[in-house]
Design a protein around this ligand. Structure first.
Ligand code: PGA
Length: 248
């Protein structure tokens, strides 16, 4: 299965108009070989990003949405708003949303359903803590995160989804999972989805996230079941992110 490499930038609560200008100027002029780039800036910058990233291989994504269509939910953004702005992707279930904003797997599943209903492509994040890995609970925990979404939207819906495996112990720590550990976990995730539908499991892109940089991306991308990366810190540096986008 020849899956495209996806390089997705998660700017989190960082970045400004200057970064959008600088990043788009750098990325718009590159030639991407069988690659999709997705830039996910903070919500106030989505509109500007859609205009600025004009290259056909670069799309824009949000970092979360509300699970409701509209209404009195101060501060929230909806899938419909993303449709209106021509934003095609949204990250959902990032561990920072789960940890700092109390998003349960059930709520993440509701958000996935709403995003898919509005034809967005979802980047669904899953990942275990260090304690869970040390106690041998990684597979059970990843399964429970995936299961909540499978129960809500069904395996067919995964045709419109990307999975990002992001171990919490690797996010923002400067210590990436080794390529071998990441590959083994991606293989498990793909195998779990294959127990529902082998064709969908073979087609779906599974990204790795957690301290990916220009130095380690190549080895990660060369693993059988790693189809790209979701990148935080290194996606805020123009030269570094450009090099990740160019990695084979
Ligand atoms: P990091 O973040 O690349 O800074 O580790 C990844 C993420 O949280 O998506």
């Amino acid at each position: 299965m020849n899956r495209k490499i996806i390089v997705a930038a998660n700017w989190k609560m960082n970045g400004d108009t200057q970064l959008i200008n600088d990043m788009s100027a750098a990325l718009n002029q590159l030639t991407y070989k069988n690659k999709q780039v997705i830039v996910c800036p903070a919500a106030p910058y989505l509109s500007q990003a859609v205009s600025a990233f004009s290259h056909p291989d670069i799309a824009v994504g949000a970092q979360t949405i509300n699970d409701r269509e509209s209404g009195a939910y101060t501060g929230e953004i909806s899938a419909l708003m993303l449709n209106d702005l021509n934003v095609q992707y949204t990250i959902l279930g990032h561990s920072e949303r789960r940890t700092h904003f109390g998003e349960s797997s059930a709520l993440v599943a509701d958000k996935v359903a709403e995003a898919l209903d509005k034809n967005l492509t979802v980047i669904l994040c899953v990942g275990e803590t260090l304690a869970q890995r040390e106690q041998g609970e990684t597979e059970a925990y990843l399964t429970s995160q995936l299961q909540a979404v499978l129960d809500k939207v069904g395996i067919k819906a995964f045709e419109q989804m990307i999975v990002a495996y992001e171990p919490l112990w690797a996010i923002g720590t400067g210590v990436s999972a080794s390529a071998a550990v990441a590959q083994e976990t991606h293989e498990f995730i793909r195998g779990y989805l294959a127990s529902y539908d082998e064709t969908i499991a073979n087609r779906i892109s599974i990204l790795y996230g957690g301290s990916v940089n220009a130095g380690n991306c190549q080895e990660l991308f060369s693993q059988t079941d790693i189809d790209g990366a979701l990148i935080g810190g290194a996606s805020l540096k123009v030269e570094e992110f450009k090099n990740i986008c160019l990695a084979e």
